[in-house]
Ligand binder design. Sequence first.
Ligand code: HSE
Length: 284
Amino acid sequence: MIKFKVPATSANVGPGFDCFGLAYSFYNEYKIEKSDHMLIEGCDPAHTTKDNIFNVAFNATMKKLKKKGSYHVYYKPNIPASRGLGSSASVIVAGCKTANLLYGGIKKLSDDEIFQIASKIEGHPDNVAPAIFGGLTASTKLLDGTFYHKKFKVSKRLHFTVLIPDFKTSTEMARKLLPKKYKKEEAVAMLSHSVLMIEALQSGDFNLLKTVCKDYIHEPYRKKLIKDYNYIKKNVEKNGDAMLLISGSGPTLLVISKNKNFGKKLKLKNTKANWIIKPMRIEK
Ligand code: HSE
């Protein structure tokens, strides 16, 4: 029996749509062993069929390894599904890792090879990359269809809290809401914001972060899917020492604050949904 865990992630982090993600010390946990037939336990039975993403990722990795075999996995899905915390990326990475750990032998695939397989299945690399490499990872899909990533450090002067609601949204639907075209001014702002956001996250320069965390690609179109968004944004940002972003495609919200205890002190009264306030450490 081999045990491992894969972290939750927040993709986008403001202006890094489909490009950046953060990994947290909050994980799905897996126990795996070789088996002559597929057996998935611990999760919702709806996720135990042959076409589930864990099995798809396992099979894609076995193909790359040129191996045959199956598995028994028991997993604890701590990361809530359909909340914008990279639960599907975590499961895909876990399926790839399971094949590699059980059947890779002495010729195991590298993390970069796993990243290629997992990103192809997920379609965009921004959750998969931090789930594999940790920390703040920027990634891109190159025109030849391969994926590239680069990891950055995250300043200890910044603190992260996720606000997880009791309702779900679908990434597929949240992607369909986005316009097909953007104005040139918005595209230029996004290029500059994303470069400067990486600098703000590395240096911990909160004033810079406040200036450049604004996103024009997805947040304006997705916030309407998130009950309480306007109320929470006003509440979080009122003193100028914390900023609110959408985690991935939502509906989880991400607070980046100067103060370590911001998440512990935050009170959300009069909300339509129930929100869990969860301070997060960055998983390096
Ligand atoms: N970048 C993706 C999106 C992340 O915002 O649609 C989905 O988890």
